[in-house]
Structures are given as structure tokens and as C-alpha cells.
Write a protein that binds this ligand. Structure first.
Ligand code: PLP
Length: 365
């Protein structure tokens, strides 16, 4: 146990390369005296749109709000059904519930951990209005069959891209497949702010205008309220920090991909590793492995000075807050939740850190 502790994540170290630029941005901000919805927000929106080769981006307060405002934008009726994967972060489900809609769970594919396109059709009813895809762990969902289904059944697509900034399916980035691409810039995400922040990519001018109203009291013109809105604006300071980091998003992703490939080529067969498929450009927001003795493995690593996380220990339908769903059964999801372990794989980690983790993992028995 000669090495120093390897943390799961280290936000201070992760942001260290950007510190001088952040300070200079903050100085400009202080000097400007303009604190809400200023130039930094609108420039970030343009730059984030350009990154995706898209036209319309609306900055919002966080990732959960990005999902909620997108669903609100659709004017669905109370009780309408939204298909969502059974293994996702709780935010995806909360957004649906907060809009008085009904989440209908579909199991993931065991190899991609993302919603299984083959199981979607049987979940579609006369009340289904949308599919919320979640690009989990940094890997884009298999979008071709999903898009085909939404065309056949006239459904909206809301993409939860909180874990997959810059990830691609067949060369096209997440957030550009659906009607709404919803992003979180929570500090740990691949593109992370220094606080809460989020954004939505949308496809039509009509939605663009409406989302801008929804985030700002339903108002486009000050004190004139066209619709019932919220206060969910992207913060000006966070936008300025995001503008510093966006040009390095591909570097951040490439760093995480390089670390993931060290695990992929060096971990022994004791562990179930992510399945690589050339159609998918995985940006490894989370690098996970699976093991039937996950809890013992986590303790073993901790005893050997390596921190890990579990994404996630409890499936959404088993959460106390979602009592009405507790009796449902999603065996694939439950199996993932019982066996998955997330390994250190941050922009702040070095290749040496990862080789150390590999060495210790390969001695587990
Ligand atoms: C982080 C995350 C969110 C929520 O983002 P916030 O900015 O924390 O609101 C939503 N969905 C997924 C899958 C996430 O990982």
C-alpha cells in the first residue's frame, strides 16, 4: 500500500488547468456589472450550438430543468406516458413525474446499459407521447431503431445527455437526434461548470422561442408574460466558465477514453468490461465494470487506497420516493445495479493512476 490514495474524482485538480482563465473571466464579469442573461450566456449558447452543428441552444439552470422544460414545451396532457429506461439516474424519472406524466420503464440492453430498442415497441400504448432516451455512462443509445419507432408512432424524443457530452452514434453527437437534447453541466460531468448549469438543444424556432420564455417567467419581452414560465436561467458566471472549457471538451473526452482503454486492454477476465462497438464513440463519463461480488470488491479496493463509486446502488423503481413503482420488477436493471462498480477515470487522473488500479484489481480473488 505504498501509493497515495487514488480518489474517484478530484474536481480541484480537474479544473486546475483552467484556473487562470476562470480568474480572468470573473474579473471581466465584475467589471461588466451585468449579472443575469448577458453576453456570456448568449455567446455560450452559440458556441455550444456550433459544437453540435446545430442552430438553437437555450441555456438553463441545470440538467433536471433542461428535461422538465423540454417536456413542458410539448404541452402533453396529465397522465400521458413517457418511455424511459429502467436503469437511469433518478433525475430522468423526476422530470417526467414533475410534469404530471407517467414514466413507463423499458429494460436496458446488458451490453450497452442503455435502453433496449427491441423492447420499446411492446411498451407503446395509445397514451405514449414520447421516449426519453438516456445516454448512460458516456455512451450514446442505439438511435436508428428508436428514431424509426418514433416516426411510426408519432412520438417526441427527449435525450438526456447529462452523461454524454460529445459522445457519438454513427458519427453524430448526442443531443442532435431528438426534438430536445438536454444537458447538465454539473461539476462532475464531462463538460462541468463550477456550480449548477444546463442547456437544451432544440430543432425549431418555435421551440427555441418557447424554451427561452419557459426559463424566464414565460417572458420574451420584460414584464410581458406570454406563457406560464419558471425561473431557470443559465447563470452568467457559469456560462463564462463553460466558455473557457468548451474548447477543451474533446481533449477531456479523449483523456477519459485513453484511460478507459488502459482498463479495457489490461483488466483480466475476472471482470465484465464495457462492450466496444465501432458505431459508438463512448466518452466514458463513467467507466464501469461488473462483478458478482461487487460489494466485496469495492471494500477491497478501498482497503488498497482506491476510491470507487456505484452508479447506482438502487434502481429508480426501488426508491422510497417512488413507492407506487416499488412492486415492479426489472431484473436486468436490478442485476446491473447489484453488480456495477465505477472506477477512477477522470480528466484529473494520470495513466499511472489507472495502471495502479489495474494492478490491484487483477490481484483480487
Ligand atoms: C446529472 C444528471 C442529470 C441531472 O443534472 P443536474 O444538472 O444535476 O440537474 C440528469 N440525468 C442524468 C442521467 C444525470 O447523470
Amino acid at each position: 500500500m505504498s501509493h497515495t490514495r487514488i480518489p474517484y474524482e478530484n474536481l480541484k485538480a480537474l479544473n486546475k488547468p483552467f484556473e487562470e482563465a476562470f480568474k480572468s473571466k470573473f474579473n471581466d464579469f465584475l467589471n461588466s456589472g451585468w449579472y443575469i442573461l448577458g453576453n456570456e450566456v448568449s455567446e455560450f449558447e452559440k458556441e455550444f450550438a456550433n459544437y453540435h452543428n446545430e442552430q438553437y441552444v437555450v441555456g438553463v439552470a441545470n440538467g433536471l430543468d433542461a428535461l422538465i422544460l423540454s417536456l413542458k414545451c410539448c404541452n402533453f396532457k396529465k397522465g400521458d406516458e413517457v418511455i424511459v429506461p429502467s436503469n437511469t439516474y433518478i433525475a430522468s424519472i423526476l422530470a417526467i413525474l414533475q410534469c404530471d406524466l407517467v414514466p413507463v420503464f423499458v429494460e436496458p440492453n446488458m451490453e450497452t446499459y442503455n435502453i433496449d430498442p427491441k423492447k420499446i415497441e411492446e411498451a407503446i400504448t395509445s397514451k405514449t407521447v414520447a421516449i426519453m432516451v438516456v445516454h448512460l455512462y458516456g455512451q450514446c443509445c442505439e438511435m436508428d431503431p428508436i428514431i424509426k419507432l418514433t416516426q411510426q408512432h408519432d412520438l417526441k424524443i427527449v435525450e438526456d445527455c447529462a452523461q454524454a457530452h460529445g459522445a457519438e452514434y454513427k458519427g453524430k453527437p448526442t443531443g442532435t437526434f431528438g426534438d430536445y437534447g438536454c444537458f447538465s453541466f454539473y461539476p462532475t460531468k464531462n463538460l462541468g461548470a463550477l456550480g449548477d448549469a444546463g442547456a437544451i438543444i432544440c430543432k425549431t424556432e418555435e421551440d427555441y422561442v418557447k424554451l427561452r420564455q419557459l426559463r424566464n417567467y414565460g417572458s420574451e419581452k420584460k414584464y410581458h408574460n406570454g406563457i406560464i414560465g419558471y425561473n431557470s436561467r443559465l447563470d452568467e458566471v457559469q456560462a463564462s466558465f463553460l466558455r473557457v472549457k468548451l474548447p477543451y471538451l474533446n481533449d477531456i473526452n479523449n483523456h477519459k477514453k485513453a484511460l478507459a482503454s488502459i482498463y479495457q486492454s489490461n483488466l483480466n477476465h475476472n471482470f465484465i468490461k464495457p462492450v466496444i462497438d465501432s458505431n459508438f464513440n463512448n466518452v466514458y463519463h463513467i467507466y464501469n465494470i461488473r462483478h458478482k461480488e461487487r460489494d466485496r470488491l469495492k471494500i477491497y479496493l478501498s482497503e488498497n487506497n482506491i476510491d470507487t463509486e456505484i452508479h447506482y446502488p438502487v434502481a429508480p423503481h426501488k426508491q422510497k420516493a417512488l413507492k407506487q413503482l416499488n412492486n415492479l420488477s426489472y431484473p436486468i436493471s436490478e442485476e446491473i445495479h447489484a453488480t456495477t462498480l465505477s472506477l477512477p477515470c477522470s480528466f484529473a487522473h494520470t495513466a499511472d493512476d489507472i495502471y495502479k488500479v489495474v494492478e490491484i484489481l487483477n490481484q483480487f480473488n
